[in-house]
Design a protein around this ligand. Sequence first.
Ligand SMILES: [Zn+2]
Length: 159
Amino acid sequence: MSLSVNLRLLAEQGLQLKGELPVVELDLGVADDLVRTEKPLKYDLSVELLHDAVLATGSLALPLDCECGRCLKKFKTQIQLTGWAAHLPLEGEDKVSMDNDCVDLTPFVREDILLNFPQHPLCNAECAGLKKKNKASETETLEATKSAIWSELDKLKLK
Ligand SMILES: [Zn+2]
């Protein structure tokens, strides 16, 4: 199910588009280990034909599985665009490409999802995870190394 709108149908009456778009079709082209998109984009849009443009308004939501850039904690969030709107001119230089009287909304959705894509996901804006965790894990590693050495020494003694 793609997000394309048939203009002939749209000329008769406004359309409601509600459903899910597989993330593969959204084709975000983002390869980020910290932000994974596996669940479909949910959309709930009203589309209408204006004099020389298509106007789509509504909400978009894309669930994300993130890993905090500071403390590496996994958390779920989503990109939610509630007052989303796209104005697609049907005339002039910027007119949208049409295929069999259909206009695809996907590229416009993709663009705005990408604009809102988290660059540095944090489990919490205040997260100071990495600092603390780093110190803790350095000490832990040191302790672990020490105890490993001691247990090796113990083994040697036993021999
Ligand atoms: Zn964190």
